[in-house]
Structures are given as C-alpha cells and as structure tokens.
Design a protein around this ligand. Structure first.
Ligand code: ATP
Ligand code: MG
Length: 366
C-alpha cells in the first residue's frame, strides 16, 4: 500500500465554495485512480490518499493538486529522524496538524535540526513532515500543476488541430477547471490519414488530464472544394474558419458547452490578425477563449514538451487548412465583404455544413 498527502493551493482560498471544488477533486481522483484507490480522506484543503500501487506519476496529472507528498507513516520522532537520515540534504517543512503532540511544529523542527544539522539546507530536497492523530507522515514533495479540478468551471469545446498550439491551449483551460470535448476537422482522403491519427494520439495524451474525453471528427473536404470554386482564394482560410466556428457552436449546443477554445496566437499567421480573428469570431455567438494569445512560440513548445504533446505535434503532417491556400492570404478581411460573399452562397454552403455535421464521427476515451 502507498500513501500520499495531496495539497491544493487555490481550492483552499475558495471560502464557502471550497466544498464544491473538493467534491469535484474527489470525484476526479476516484475516476483516475479507479480500482487502485483504497481510500481518500479529506484533511481540509488537503487529502490523504491510499492506493494499492505506486501512482505518483498518475497523481501528477490530476489538475487542482499543487503538491504530492509520497509519505511513510512513522510512529515517533526517532523513526522520523532515521527516515530522514537517508537524504543528503533536506529542506524540511514541519506541520503539527493535531495539537495532542507535546512539541510545537517549531520545536519538532529544532529537535530534528539538532540531530541532522549537517543535512539541513534551504536548497535541499523538499521534505514534508506532518503530525496527525498519533502518526507522523514524512516524505518527499513533488510538484503538481495546481489550478482547479477539471469540471469545476464548466465545459468547453476545443478546436483541435495537430500543431503545437491547440493541445497546449487545451491543457491551460483544463487547468482552469474546464472539462473539454475535442473537435478536429479533416479533409480525408485529400489529406492523409496520418492527420487524423495525430489528432487521436493528441487526445489520448490530453485525456490523461481531462475526464472522459470525446473526439469528434468532421470531414470538410466537400465544403472546402465548394469554397475553392466560389470565393476568392485569399479569403479561403477565413471561410474555413467560419465554417469551423459554426459547426463547433452546433456541437457546443448539443453538449451543453459554454465556450469554444482555440490555439490562436496574435500575429502568428495571416488568419490571426486582430481583423481576421474578429471576422472569424463573428460566425459564433459563443464565448471564444484563446489562452495562447500572448504566448511566444518557444513558450508554447516548452509547455508542449512538459505536458507530453510535443512528440506528436512535431511529427510531419498536413492540416486541412493548408488545402488550396494561396501564398498570400488576406490579413485584413473586412467582415462586411465576407458576409456579402457568404450571403450569396449560403444556401448550398449550409446544406454542405449540415451534411458534414450529421456525418461526424465520435471517438470516446476512457
Ligand atoms: P496549431 O498549432 O494548433 O495547429 P496553428 O498555429 O497551426 O495552430 P492555425 O492553423 O492558424 O494555427 O489554427 C489556429 C487555430 O484554429 C488552431 O489552434 C485550432 O484551434 C484551430 N484549427 C486549425 N485547424 C483546425 C482543424 N483542422 N481542426 C480543428 N481546429 C483547427
Ligand atoms: Mg494548424
């Protein structure tokens, strides 16, 4: 059996709403740890979790947890000192949670320091010692991602492409408590099956943080062909994106989601200027969240590395948006002009969109 003390940072600050966040975190722990879970005890802003096997890596992916302490249960201070002896240098944090122990936290710390003077070091390994109801819990602290538990802020739909950005945007929003559904548009067979495989692999990784992911796949090839022969090529990306936003809004309605999330980033490509983002966004009434808007590409890629999506995103591959695109797409698409063109083609266009939406595929992750 393994024991862990899990610390939260933001949940503690939630006052009257704390119970709500704690309840969701407990549900998420049960969902993620499954049969391996023996017990969860709420210690008030932190949790004592007991499991069959070592699940440290799994616990690190559960959002809302800021620190994971893999603890040994020890009977007395002598055992604690012996336990700590195996470390070369330690940064020790002591907490006496129950006052039935005669020494205060500070006195416990001083006692240990007296014995292990040469090991105590502010730059050493962080070790946590907590006294609770006759037991000392001691162990190494590991960092979690913190934030809020998935599901505590509502639900959203991610426009998931297969580059670096949208998977990182997904992670950032899950870390703020959104439960996510994923929507990927493709142009199979014009674009290889690898693109779809990449999207599936990305959701597999993102599902380690999310709860119960579903990936929806919509084939927009016929819509793209229709655009290609009906609108100026400099506007193609704008029209593709407006279609994406319209279909995402329909899915959001079905799934009761309050927002659309994209990996858009100001100035990164032609479709991500202020004017174009505004023109694209006009296709939906939903709130659009762009958590990466102010990030630099290196910052995005280093986060992709940390969360594990980089190795998938960096594989070569083509996205459906690269189909039929000219070398110099419009950077300032005027909404009035776009709406005027759209109005002329909308009957056939919306028919094609209906067809694409009704034929969407659905992949459920556990
Ligand atoms: P990414 O790295 O996420 O692919 P990007 O830098 O390639 O982003 P664009 O291709 O301009 O940027 O796409 C901007 C955003 O539009 C993406 O982050 C994503 O949210 C959405 N998007 C683009 N292509 C698709 C697609 N095929 N399916 C779903 N959403 C998409
Ligand atoms: Mg892309």
């Amino acid at each position: 059996m393994e024991s862990y003390i899990l610390k939260t940072s933001e949940i503690i600050l939630k006052g009257k709403n704390r119970k709500y966040f704690e309840k969701i975190l407990i549900e998420n722990l049960k969902n993620k740890l499954k049969d391996n879970l023996i017990s969860i005890q709420n210690l008030g802003g932190e949790f004592l979790v007991e499991t069959e096997n070592d699940l440290l890596d799994k616990l690190k992916t559960i959002l809302g947890i800021s620190k994971i302490v893999k603890v040994e249960k020890l009977e007395n201070l002598e055992d604690v000192i012996n336990f700590l002896k195996k470390y070369d240098s330690i940064k020790l944090k002591v907490k006496r949670a129950d006052k039935d122990y005669p020494l205060t936290s500070k006195e416990i710390y001083e006692r240990i320091k007296k014995e292990l003077k040469e090991k105590i070091d502010k730059k050493g390994r962080e070790l946590i010692l907590e006294y609770r109801k006759g037991i000392f819990y001691a162990g190494e602290a590991h960092r979690g991602f913190g934030g809020l538990p998935v599901g505590s802020s509502g639900k959203g739909i991610v426009l998931l492409s297969t580059g670096f950005d949208s998977p990182v945007a997904s992670f950032l929003m899950m870390k703020r408590g959104l439960k996510l559904y994923f929507l990927h548009f493709h142009s199979y067979p014009q674009i290889s099956i690898e693109d779809i495989e990449k999207a599936k692999d990305l959701v597999k990784i993102l599902n380690e943080y999310n709860i119960g992911s579903i990936l929806y796949l919509i084939n927009i090839l016929e819509i793209q062909k229709f655009y290609f022969s009906n609108i100026p090529s400099k506007y193609l990306v704008i029209f593709y994106r407006r279609t994406m936003f319209r279909l995402a809004s329909r899915l959001a309605k079905e799934l009761n989601c309050g927002c659309i999330i994209t990996g858009e980033n100001l100035g990164q490509v032609a479709s991500q200027t202020l004017e174009n983002m505004k023109t694209i966004e006009n296709a939906t009434n939903l709130l659009v969240l762009r958590p990466l808007i102010g990030f630099n590409k290196e910052e995005i890629i280093s986060l992709a590395e940390i969360i594990g999506t980089k190795r998938i995103s960096e594989k070569p591959g083509e996205d459906c948006c690269s189909l039929f695109i000219p070398k110099s797409p419009a950077t300032k698409a005027k909404l009035s002009e776009i709406l005027e063109i759209e109005d002329k083609i909308k009957e056939k266009l919306f028919e094609l969109e209906d067809f694409a939406f009704e034929n969407k595929e659905k992949i459920v992750y556990h």
